[in-house]
Design a protein around this ligand. Structure first.
Ligand SMILES: NC(=O)C1=CN([C@@H]2O[C@H](COP(=O)(O)OP(=O)(O)OC[C@H]3O[C@@H](n4cnc5c(N)ncnc54)[C@H](O)[C@@H]3O)[C@@H](O)[C@H]2O)C=CC1
Ligand SMILES: O=C(O)C(=O)COP(=O)(O)O
Length: 526
């Protein structure tokens, strides 16, 4: 039974699948203190959050069983992604489910800001009728500068155009084609800042975007500019914004998000030009249902070891590529495991070579799996998420290369591990209908199914060697299921790979090692 811990309010309808899953126990505990969260997380297999729960490195450290942190929304700045990655915990989000709601909310703020609707409302219900105090401005023909033209920024642009606004956008990843398609003018950050009657930020909060709009940026803006932040508190320097409003440079600001949430009695709230909502961008029935459905499905897939889509700490793999790579996953992992167990010493460099048909695909996900297989021999809790990170941390160089020559096979994957003591390699392929095969160990051609218990023996090719090994194993009640022998020259170096039905005692290995013609015996579990 998997424990799925939900610590922020999620839509009941959205998590229906989780509630109905027979292998899942859903524990909903909102408003936990940090200490309570540290206790709860210890036994959780999955954690589902929105923006309130702070998933810090301390929380992650206590998460002994956690496989996935699911963010029912977009921004993951409340999750310590590096700590999760380090621990091999997958972080997923729901990038699409709240786009429209947040764009609509930003547009509602844009209109409210222009027509002083919140201020006028407060005045009217206080019994006043002060029409002159709330004269607004039109959106028609005004310029809206959007900083960060991603999903939400693009939806906002469409709405602004429908109101006959000019839209200028800055986004380092904005192509000319996309700008043209959306009917926006692509600009540099400075140009966009200088052009806007309105400036709306829609980037994630990252090291680069923290205080993207700072004191000096305000000086580049038009007098009377209006500012919107429905993305993340911290993208705009709040102190600098306060000063810019007070000086009259900025005519108004609409804020849905704050550097600290809840913001309490924030100095900005003393300014009548500021309107605010309590982080409501994604708070609609529809968005909440969408994001909860999306992350519930992801959590179930991850817990059950099935393919999933939106990992934040894994590169995304298009479904078509995933389907093509799927059959190679087992081969990749087994090759990694084989070479790691067959070699002596800690790995210094892992070189993966792809040949034939497979070399035409983006093989990065397979390389991660190979790394997982290789490193898991020396390290605990390695998975596809943390394998590259762990390799780097331990100074293991990873080289990925491709070649067209596959020596008569349709495709080949070769994993070579270089340690301080030796270099060892295993090459494998997929045999149509028969699954993974190891076709070569070092330079010895073999045909080995990579599964179960194997004995890997290096010896001198000489008559009787095979028989003597068989006798030792037979005498100890070890049944040999299959056997492969490879040699380079008659009477030269050779290898034996025996598939045995059960693991052997260490003294059997010692007995084999005593034989004159045998140089090494290694038991390999795949
Ligand atoms: N107020 C709310 O309730 C909500 C807030 N958000 C916030 O909105 C943000 C954007 O969401 P989406 O549009 O879905 O994400 P997205 O990933 O589709 O778009 C973000 C865009 O920002 C751009 N960007 C990154 N760094 C930049 C920089 N330094 N300068 C300019 N552009 C930069 C990226 O290229 C990308 O196109 C989220 O990260 C989240 O923090 C999202 C949903 C709800
Ligand atoms: O999706 C996002 O990034 C949001 O900011 C929405 O936050 P929330 O889930 O409403 O706490």
């Amino acid at each position: 039974m998997y424990k799925v811990l939900i610590t922020d309010p999620l839509s009941d309808q959205g998590i229906e699948k989780l509630l109905q899953a027979e292998d899942v126990e859903v524990v909903r505990k909102t408003g936990l203190t940090p200490d309570e969260l540290l206790l709860e997380i210890e036994s959780a297999d999955a954690l589902m959050v929105r923006s309130q729960t702070q998933v810090t490195s301390e929380v992650i450290e206590k998460a002994h069983r956690l496989k996935v942190i699911a963010r029912a929304g977009v921004g993951v700045d409340n999750i310590d992604i590096a700590a999760a990655t380090n621990k091999g915990i997958i972080v997923v989000n729901a990038p699409d489910g709240n786009t429209i709601s947040t764009a609509e909310h930003t547009f509602a703020m844009l209109i409210s800001l222009s027509r002083n609707i919140p201020q006028a409302y407060c005045s009217v219900i206080a019994g006043k009728w002060r029409r002159k105090d709330f004269v607004g401005v039109e959106l028609n023909k005004k310029t809206l500068s959007i900083i960060g033209l991603g999903r939400i920024g693009a939806e906002l642009a469409k709405r602004a155009k429908a109101f006959r606004m000019q839209v200028v956008a800055y986004d380092p990843y904005l192509s000319d084609e996309r700008a043209e398609k959306l009917g926006v003018r692509k600009a540099s950050l400075e140009e966009a800042i200088a052009a806007g009657d309105y400036i709306s930020v829609h980037t994630p909060l990252t090291k680069e975007t923290r205080h993207l709009i700072h004191r000096e940026t305000f000086s580049l803006m038009k007098d009377g500019v209006r500012i919107l932040n429905c993305a993340r508190g911290g993208i705009i320097d709040e102190e600098a914004l306060y000063e810019a409003i007070q000086s009259g440079k900025v005519a108004g600001a609409a804020l849905d998000v704050f550097e600290t949430e809840p913001p309490g009695n924030h100095p900005l709230f003393s300014l009548p030009q500021v309107i605010a909502t309590p982080h409501l961008g994604a708070s609609t029935i529809e968005a909440q249902e969408n994001v909860a459905i999306d992350v519930s499905e992801e959590v179930l897939h991850i817990l059950r070891g099935e393919p999933f889509k939106n990992a934040v700490n894994l590169p995304s793999i298009p479904a078509e590529l995933q389907q093509k790579l799927q059959p190679y996953q087992v081969l990749a992992e087994k090759l990694g495991q084989f070479v790691a167990q067959a070699g002596k010493g800690a790995p210094q460099q892992i070189t993966v070579t792809y040949a034939g048909e497979i070399a035409e695909l983006d093989v990065a996900p397979l390389t991660r799996t190979i790394l997982k297989g290789t490193l898991s021999h020396h390290l605990a809790d390695v998975n596809d998420v943390n394998a590259p990170h762990l390799a780097k941390q331990r100074g293991v160089r990873v080289v990925e290369q491709k070649t067209s020559s596959s020596h008569g096979f349709t495709q080949l994957v070769k994993v070579e591990v270089q340690t301080s003591r030796e270099t060892r390699s295993a090459t494998g392929t997929l045999l149509n209908g028969f699954g993974p095969r190891i076709t070569k160990i070092d330079d010895y051609p073999v045909d080995v199914t990579p599964e179960g218990h194997l004995l890997f023996i290096q010896h001198r090719d000489q008559p009787g060697a095979i028989g003597r090994v068989g006798t030792v194993l037979g005498n100890r009640g070890v049944n040999i299921a299959t056997m492969q022998v490879g040699r380079q020259t008659i009477g030269g170096q050779a290898i034996m790979i025996l598939r045995i039905d059960k693991s052997v005692d260490p003294d059997v290995i010692e007995t084999l090692k005593q034989m004159d013609e045998i140089q090494s015996v290694i038991e390999i579990d795949l």
